[in-house]
Ligand binder design. Structure first.
Ligand SMILES: [Zn+2]
Length: 229
């Protein structure tokens, strides 16, 4: 049997981890685990974990490392066997999460191939991308658009959602100043994470993603020596 592949995407918000994950999922049948989406799913279902996440967020706290790790472990136990390749998008986020996750993988599953891919992109590119990101205000839709010139994600009618005709708006954390603050915090976390992987002899693949999504996808396949159909 072919060894299972696990990809850990490391990169700042706005570096295109989610977009590349979607392409890999849609075109190659991979599965991507986004902790943000999993948070929302648990909250919606009001599961045991969901209630705790909901409480943390509503009290303005960060969701604890233990809680996130518990949620990811549950997911892996449920889905690992049936998935050919798994992308982790936004997890592990801290050294504590990385340590407990890798220990869990080794103990629980033994055989797998782990690839850590670090998305490299200039901060200014991220600021430009995110400050041009607009979301449908309809809570049941929340489609994502980009007002960047020539983007395939531009809305057909200015500031209106293609799917449900609701107005588009910008998230408050997508304001340029907020983005720069997020990036500063992110870089500190990333530095520690990369140091952790290095110390534990996990190779990190550097990937320059300061280019169009189509090119990012093609290069990613080459980088991973994949022949996607
Ligand atoms: Zn909409």
């Amino acid at each position: 049997m072919k060894e299972k592949q696990i990809y850990i995407f490391v990169g700042p918000p706005g570096s295109g981890k989610g977009s590349l994950s979607s392409l890999c999922t849609n075109k190659m049948g991979w599965v991507s685990l986004s902790t943000g989406n999993l948070f929302r799913k648990h909250i919606l279902e009001q599961s045991h974990i969901g209630k705790q996440i909901d409480f943390a967020i509503k009290s303005g706290k960060l969701v604890s490392d233990e809680l996130v790790s518990e949620m990811v472990r549950d997911w892996f136990v449920e889905y690992f066997d049936e998935m050919p390749a798994i992308i982790l998008d936004g997890y592990p986020r801290t050294v504590v999460q990385a340590g407990s996750f890798l220990q869990f993988l080794r103990e629980k599953f033994g055989q797998f191939q782990l690839r850590i891919v670090r998305f490299f992109v200039a901060d200014e590119t991220v600021v430009e991308r995110l400050s041009n990101r607009y979301i449908c205000k309809n809570i049941d839709c929340q489609s994502v658009y980009s007002l960047m010139k020539g983007s395939p994600l531009s809305p057909r009618v200015s500031m209106m959602c293609d799917k449900c005709d609701s107005p588009l708006g910008r998230r408050s954390d997508d304001e340029p100043r907020a983005i720069r603050e997020r990036l500063t915090i992110y870089h500190q976390h990333e530095k520690n994470l990369l140091q952790f992987y290095l110390t534990h002899k996990y190779p990190v693949i550097e990937f320059n993603v300061d280019k169009k999504l189509h090119d990012v996808f093609e290069e990613f396949k080459q980088l991973m020596c994949l022949n996607a159909s």
